[in-house]
Design a protein around this ligand. Structure first.
Ligand code: ATP
Ligand code: MG
Length: 589
């Protein structure tokens, strides 16, 4: 059973979570290095002041000393030492960052992928895979930038602002007041503007991920597109979506230009007035040359800092916007335990028991009502019925993809509610109606359900499913890539490979849902005979529309519309059930 409660994390929780997954100690080192680097640099104006003061003293009083022994040289060495030390600390910080950011980026993507893969089947089928993929990748990149912002850029900014306020105390108090009020006003305006970009970036990320979803959907179904001569139309569809992305990006940029105009304009205006005021005071003899140098250097650093803040806040809201979109794309932030306790009882025989099972999909028609049936260990069962009657649903209930609305399903006398979905799937080998392959080699695809497989086992199962002949025609044989779109292999051949994959899994229950529908009757007969003799001690359930497929089963489950289910041997059903007889006649027409 899957949990349905919505659990989400905020972008900041995800970022901080990523830091903690890697190790918070590295992040603390990064903060220290950032603070140290900027702390050193922000001392520069004071040292520059001393340098200028010593130059002025030299000029005024002409203290004739050897240059190397002069105060000018001493002050210069101090300034240069600050530059060199700050440079070294910056390098160290970059080394620390290397250990933190890529690992956190990986962890976030990994975690989001785990959340995504454990979503409810409905969420996954309703959301484009390309959309989720793009969102996960964007989230990884966003987290890496956010970590740098939080542990480096914002720390530097904070320390720098504090240091600048301290440095300004070396000037007349009015300078401290000007800087203090300007900093508060400027930072507030920056924050206000930047915050407004959050929904814009979120929207941009959303349209970007949507277009990625559309592109991957079209490329995944390229055969369908071509067979309906829709290539041009799909190019048009993608073009329209990319246009939306372009427009969203233009809108963002328009806003950023406006923001820069106001915010940078304000900074430059401040710098000009600040410098002019200090020169004015110098002229009046109220400031020394050193103090003017300090004021000029202070103003330059402040403006530089302010424009940095503006960029960083923008980046912060941009990345949280991207992350926020990813959070919505994923849906539920919970690694869903496909619940049930760990099995304390192994599935050994494959006995199945449906007890009073009633089921319907959300707000849809009733598929089963009070269904009671037992399938014994080793029994061969056929499931038949019209399209949409509920045959695949029966299997989805057995494999715990869905939970009965009421009633219990037991495997080997244990309720499936008490067994994890993972354990059930380990013990049921299934060939579903839609054959799926991963974009990997044929050998990897066929041995997908096994920990390890020998070449002999592989060949043996390929022989049983009549696959050797067509595989020998492939140049790369078992190393050929087998994807959904592989058109070197026919539909029936793909079904045979899917059968081989299911048989290799060595499960106690084998479920074949229309698994041989594309295989000719003669080959199907050979495969099913082989299957029955090799797996005569396994429970086999075969869903089929073909009467010939069901020739050798022990009993048949006939599912009719309106949730009516009949069970019996073929001859019993023919003799006692008119609907079954009619259904059978309609199939042989
Ligand atoms: N996830 C779902 N949500 C809502 N309705 C569903 C869902 N899956 C299937 N159904 C509906 O439930 C009914 C039974 O579907 P099911 O796939 O079990 O039919 P089936 O007997 O296997 O049909 P077919 O022979 O065409 O494969 C159908 O009407 C189908 O549209
Ligand atoms: Mg079906």
């Amino acid at each position: 059973m899957r949990h349905t409660s919505e659990k989400k994390q905020s972008p900041l929780q995800i970022t901080i979570g990523a830091i903690f997954t890697v190790t918070p100690t590295i992040a603390i080192f990064q903060v220290i290095a950032a603070a140290l680097g900027i702390g050193l640099l922000s001392y520069e104006p004071i040292l520059i002041k001393s340098l200028f003061d010593s130059i002025e003293n030299e000029r005024k009083y002409f203290v004739a000393k050897e240059f190397i022994k002069s105060e000018i040289f001493y002050n210069f060495i101090l300034v240069a030492s600050i530059w060199i030390l700050a440079f070294i600390v910056n390098i160290i910080q970059e080394i620390i960052e290397r250990a933190l950011v890529p690992a956190a980026q990986k962890e976030v993507q990994n975690k989001l992928f785990q959340y995504a893969i454990s979503q409810s089947p409905t969420h996954l089928t309703n959301t484009s895979v390309g959309f989720i993929t793009q969102s996960i990748k964007q989230a990884g990149a966003a987290v890496s930038i956010l970590i740098t912002l939080l542990t480096y850029d914002f720390v530097r900014l904070f320390i720098m602002t504090g240091m600048m306020l301290y440095v300004s105390t070396k000037l007349p108090t009015v300078f401290l007041l000007i800087i203090f009020s300007w900093t508060i006003a400027y930072y507030t305006i920056c924050y206000w503007f930047a915050k407004k970009t959050f929904p814009k970036f979120k929207m941009f990320s959303n349209v970007g991920a949507k277009s990625a979803g559309t592109i991957s959907d079209i490329l995944n179904n390229v055969d369908l597109v071509r067979s309906f001569s829709k290539t041009k139309d799909e190019i048009h569809v993608v073009n329209c979506e990319l246009n939306l992305e372009k427009e969203a990006s233009e809108e963002n940029r328009k806003y950023i230009i406006l923001m820069n105009l106001i915010v940078y304009g304000g900074a430059i205006l401040f710098q000009s007035i600040f410098v002019f005021y200090s020169i004015f005071l110098l002229n009046k003899g109220m400031l020394s040359l050193g103090e003017v140098a300090l004021a000029i250097s202070l103003a330059a650093i402040l403006v530089n800092n302010a424009s940095g803040l503006c960029r960083q806040l923008l980046s912060f809201f941009e990345q949280t916007g991207y992350l926020s979109n990813a959070i919505e794309a994923i849906g539920n932030f919970e690694i869903i335990e496909t619940s049930g306790h760990a099995p304390n009882k192994e599935i050994k025989s494959g006995k199945i028991d449906f007890q009073n099972v009633t089921f319907q999909y959300d707000n849809a028609k009733l598929i089963f009502q009070d269904l009671n049936l037992q399938i014994s260990h080793g029994e061969k069962i056929g499931i038949v019925g019209n399209s949409g009657a509920g045959k695949t649903t029966f299997i989805k209930l057995l494999t715990k993809r869905y939970k009965p609305s009421t009633g219990i399903i037991k495997i080997d006398d244990v309720s499936t509610l008490e067994i994890s979905e993972e354990y059930i799937n380990q013990n049921i080998s299934q060939v579903s109606q839609d054959i799926l392959f991963l974009n990997r080699t044929l050998a990897e695809n066929i041995s997908y359900g096994c920990e390890s497989v020998t070449q002999n086992e592989l060949l043996n199962v390929l022989e049983k499913t009549q696959s050797i002949e067509f595989l020998s025609k492939l140049t790369l044989g078992l190393d050929s890539t087998l994807s959904q779109k592989n058109d070197q292999i026919s539909g029936g051949e793909k079904q045979r490979l899917a059968l081989a994959r299911a048989l290799l899994k060595k499960a106690h229950i084998i479920v074949l849902d229309e698994a041989t529908s594309a295989i000719d009757v003669e080959t199907e007969h050979l495969i099913l005979n082989e299957l029955s003799s090799t797996f005569n001690n396994k429970t086999i359930i075969i869903v089929s529309h073909r009467i010939s497929t069901l020739k050798n089963v022990d009993r048949i489950i006939f599912i009719q519309d309106q949730a009516q289910v009949f069970i019996g041997r073929h001859d019993e059903l023919v003799a006692s059930n008119k609907s079954y007889l009619n259904w059978m006649k309609s199939q042989s027409m």
